[in-house]
Design a protein around this ligand. Structure first.
Ligand code: VGL
Ligand code: ZN
Length: 192
């Protein structure tokens, strides 16, 4: 595959971030059918699909009991940490686990993972990104992708924020970093 090819990166679409979950993102479930469809488009055309998971130990520093801001969520191996089965991820989806050690949090799927080296090995030059939550893991993952030299397209109908104002601000700051914002329906026509 050519050196600037496209891939889809689905950020943290896990049960705990969906309605009823431990750290539910309002309307987070609305991204699921959108990303399920997008992953089909990428996979059937031979393009990589990557899904990141927030993947914490039980004593993680981001949990309130340990002085962090969050209730316990996405504990490794629990049902709350599972990717939503309704994503129907294609066979071969690359899974990236982050924030896996107790003492350190990581909102970016690039932080402490093999994501950058894996993507470069696949010849990926542009990332289409969707998932949860807009102002945390989507923001930090997309900003890191720019930092690591990728072109980034943010799928605006495939992200949801915890706080709407912070979500808007996150999208604006990504646009200032030259992230392109588009709707998932426009993806097929845009693919390289
Ligand atoms: C996230 C809060 C805590 C996210 C992860 O995936 O956006 N948010 N851990
Ligand atoms: Zn977390």
């Amino acid at each position: 595959m050519q050196a600037d090819s496209d891939a889809l990166l689905i950020v943290d679409v896990q049960r705990d971030f969906l309605p009823g979950g431990a750290l539910a993102v309002p309307n987070g479930d609305q991204v699921v059918p959108v990303l399920a469809e997008a992953s089909k488009v990428f996979a059937t055309s031979g393009r990589p699909v990557i899904a990141s998971r927030d993947w914490h130990p039980t004593d993680h520093c981001s949990f309130e009991a340990n002085g962090g801001p969050w209730p316990p969520h996405c504990i490794a191996g629990t049902s709350g940490a599972e990717l939503d089965p309704e994503l129907q991820l294609p066979p071969g989806t690359k899974i990236v686990d982050k924030a896996t050690t107790a003492g350190k949090d990581a909102y970016s799927a690039f932080e402490g993972t093999d994501l950058d080296s894996w993507l470069k090995r696949q010849g990926v030059g542009r990332l289409f990104i969707g998932g949860l939550a807009t102002e945390y893991c989507v923001l930090n993952t997309a900003a890191d992708a720019i930092k690591y030299g990728y072109d980034v397209v943010l799928l605006e109908d495939a992200i949801r924020p915890i706080d709407p104002v912070a979500g808007e601000r996150a999208v604006e700051s990504l646009q200032q970093m030259h992230v392109l914002v588009t709707k998932s329906g426009d993806v097929s026509d845009a693919l390289r």
